[in-house]
Design a protein around this ligand. Sequence first.
Ligand SMILES: Nc1ncnc2c1ncn2[C@@H]1O[C@H](COP(=O)(O)OP(=O)(O)OP(=O)(O)O)[C@@H](O)[C@H]1O
Length: 348
Amino acid sequence: MSIRLDAVSKSFGDHKVLNDVSLSIEDGTFFVVLGPSGCGKSTLLRTIAGLEPIDAGEVLLDGRKVAGERFHVPPEQRQVGVVFQSYALWPHLSVAGNVAFPLEAAGKGRSVVSARVDDCLETVALSEFGQRKPAELSGGQRQRVALARCLAQGAGTVLMDEPLANLDPHLRGVMEEELSSFHRASGGTTLFITHDQREAMALADKVAVMWDGKILQVDDPDTLYRRPMSKEVAGFIGRSTLLPVSINRVWENRAEIGFGGIELAVECPHNAVPGQGTLLLRPEHIVLASSSSGFEARVVRTVYRGGIWDVFVSMPGLDQHLMMSLHRQAAPGDRLRLDVLRGWVLPA
Ligand SMILES: Nc1ncnc2c1ncn2[C@@H]1O[C@H](COP(=O)(O)OP(=O)(O)OP(=O)(O)O)[C@@H](O)[C@H]1O
C-alpha cells in the first residue's frame, strides 16, 4: 500500500505537533521516521493509522483519501496493522488466542482462523509456543506475537511505533533481522518509528528525519549519512564534527575550503556559493598522514570502542576538537600527523 501525506497539520491545544508534513511512501518500502523524543513521530503514525484525526491537509492510502479537514475514516476501515512498543497483547489469552483475536472479531470461521494462526506463527518462528501465555515469553518473543497478530489481520501495511525500544541490545539485533525478513516476506509497506539512528540505518530503504513537527529530509540511509542537508540531520545521523569554514571557490559539486590553515577540496551541494560555510567531517574522513604531508594535531581525549579508539584531537588555529577513529591506542598529549580525505559542505 502506498502512503501519502499532503501538508498535514495537527495541534494539541496551541502546540502544533505536526507542522505541514508532506511525505510520499511507495508500496513495499521499509520506511523509517527518525527523530528525537517529542518531535511528533507517534502522532504522525497515529494519523496514518486513524487513531488521531488531523486538523488540515490530507492522508491518502493507495490513493484513497482517509483523512482531511473534518474528514476521518476510522482505523478498522484503513487496512493497516499497528505494532506498539508495549506489544498490547491480551495477558489472559494464549499466544494462539492473541493471534486469532482479530480474525475471530471479524467473524471468520473456526477452521479458517486455525489455519491462518498456524501460518502466522510459523512465519514468526513461534509454532511451538501457541499454547503459552504472553507472560511466559521473552520480550522478543512477545514482539513476534504482536507481529504475527498483525500478519493475521492480513494488513499488507504495518505501522510500528518503536517496537524494539524495550529490548536489550542483543535481542534488538536479532529482532532487527527478523523485522527485515518479516518485511520482505509480507511484501507490504512498513512504516517504522524510532529515535535510534543506528536502528534506522540498519533497517530502512528510506528514512525521514523529523524535527519539531517537521520533516527535514527524506533519503536513503547512505545519502543521509554522506549528504545531510542541515546541521540537525548531520548531528542526528552518525557521528561528526561540524566546523565553520571559508568557502573559497566552488565548481560543479566541489568546493575549495579553508579552516585552521588547511585548504582542501570537498563535496558540496550544487547550489553552494563562496563565503562562510559549515564543513561536516565524519571520523573516517580524518586519517593518519602517510608521509610528512598533512597537519599536526595533538590528542586531547580517547574513548575505547572495542578494537578501535575514538580520538579527539586539537590543532593550532582551531577552537574545536576533531573526532577520528584509530585502530591503535593513543594517549592524551600524543602528537599525530593527519590528513583530511573528504568532507561535505552543508547547504547554507
Ligand atoms: N493526546 C495528546 N494530548 C496533548 N499532547 C500530546 C498528545 N499526544 C502527544 N502530545 C504531545 O505532542 C508532542 C509529540 O508527541 P509524540 O508522542 O508524537 O512524539 P514522539 O516523537 O513520538 O516522542 P517519543 O519518541 O518520546 O515517543 C509531545 O510534546 C507530546 O507531549
